[in-house]
Write a protein that binds this ligand. Structure first.
Ligand SMILES: NC(=O)c1ccc[n+]([C@@H]2O[C@H](COP(=O)([O-])OP(=O)(O)OC[C@H]3O[C@@H](n4cnc5c(N)ncnc54)[C@H](O)[C@@H]3O)[C@@H](O)[C@H]2O)c1
Length: 361
């Protein structure tokens, strides 16, 4: 359907997006220049591997590759250095070499840990991301952030490591749990808010067909990837522009952590966080109330939560201060100034306390 590119000089890469492309992974690898006969490690989990593993394997074999499916257990609790170590064991056992690519087949968990393993095994082997959740297709597979969790916090151990390509099959979403699909929509809405007001209007207009997982959703995925690609191309390591991708995430991370991990899907917490950030923008006079109202309406129409659970404001503020993205203990927020436009602003504790008193008494 469409090829988008992340432009990073000699580390530039394509994002292939097409219905049914999972059956052509082998052809994509050939197009990327991998030689027939090469060993390919497909890292997946027991759920995704059970549904799509055989298809990926067959496609690689037809194109002359020598695939090995390496399966890890399903779940965020396995995104650990111990699990990464088990993956290294398998790669060593099968004698994977520096030129042997790793295909990450799964959601953000598989993508993050397989990406981290690809970044570190033999000091780096080629990585192909094949994301199968909506969140992974529009967010985590693009941009090169790879990580495992540490008992003290999420994603504390990791590396920036760009893939050689991202292969997106929107058809894979038809087997995904409806709640997971909805959670992915939060990040899609985010791209409209931060960068593209026409895209936001498109999402409002196509609300019903988007949820059918058809052509309009494929357009939304492509637009989201193109926006992320543009931002990552401009600021790979988050020294400036890339920070705007955190819209809704500062409150979202606090809600996710305080409610207890697993209560909300990441996208659900981001949905709540985006609505909170929009209201904060209104309170600080950065945007008009109508902008925040549109965001809240779209988020809730997509079946996502908009209200945080009852949490003491002090706890939320303390959690925000603990967030690793808080620079020099300043609480920096991405605020919306108009639809499609955001700005970064430090918010004081006094302002945040007033915000909670006004909107979440
Ligand atoms: N690297 C980044 O830039 C980045 C960005 C955002 C999130 N993340 C990370 O992504 C992770 C969350 O990813 P996620 O939301 O994709 O969750 P996930 O990977 O846990 O997938 C959710 C569930 O869906 C299942 N699944 C995946 N694809 C399926 C399919 N097509 N059909 C049926 N079931 C399927 C999975 O097995 C899992 O049970 C977190 O660890 C988060 O830290 C990373």
């Amino acid at each position: 359907m469409k090829t988008i590119r992340v432009e990073l000089g000699e580390r530039s890469y394509p994002i292939y997006l097409r219905h049914g492309i999972l059956s052509s992974i082998g052809a994509c690898l050939t197009e990327l220049g991998f030689k027939s006969g090469a060993k390919v490690a497909v890292i997946t989990n027991n759920v995704v591997g059970g549904i799509y593993g055989a298809k990926a394997e067959a496609s690689l074999k037809i194109s002359g590759f020598n695939p090995v499916i390496i399966t890890m257990p399903d779940g965020e609790q396995y995104k650990t250095i111990e699990q990464a170590s088990k993956l290294y064991d398998s790669l060593i056992e099968y004698r994977f070499e520096r030129s042997s690519p790793i295909v990450a087949l799964g959601g953000g968990v598989v993508g993050d840990i397989a990406g981290f393993v690809a970044a570190t095994y033999l000091r780096g082997v080629p990585l192909i991301q094949v994301p199968t959740t909506l969140l992974a297709q529009v967010d985590s597979s693009v941009g090169g952030k790879t990580a495992v969790n540490h008992p003290k916090g999420k994603n504390l151990i990791g590396a920036f490591y760009q893939p050689k390509a991202v292969i997106i099959d929107p058809q894979a979403l038809t087997t995904l749990d409806a709640r997971e699909v909805r959670a992915g929509f939060a990040e899609i809405v985010k791209y409209g808010v931060i960068r593209d007001k026409e895209f936001f209007t498109f999402l409002e207009e196509k609300l019903l067909t988007l949820l059918d997982l058809g052509y309009d959703l494929a357009i939304a995925i492509a637009t989201s990837c193109a926006i992320k690609a543009e931002i990552v191309s401009a600021d790979e390591r988050e020294s400036g522009l890339r920070a705007i991708l955190n819209f809704g995430h500062t409150f979202g991370h606090a809600v996710e952590a305080l409610a207890g991990y697993g209560t909300y899907r990441h996208g659900e917490a981001v949905a709540i966080g985006m609505v909170m950030a929009a209201k904060l923008s209104v309170m600080l006079g950065v945007c008009k109330p109508a902008v925040a109202e549109r965001i809240e309406k779209l988020v809730s129409s997509l079946g996502l939560p908009v209200e945080p659970p009852p949490l003491p404001a002090d706890d939320v503020i303390a959690s925000i201060k603990l967030d690793k993205k808080v620079a020099d203990s300043r609480m920096r927020f991405v605020l919306v100034s108009g639809m499609g436009e955001v700005e970064l602003r430090d918010v004081s504790e006094t302002e945040l306390t007033a915000f909670f008193e006004r909107f979440y008494p």
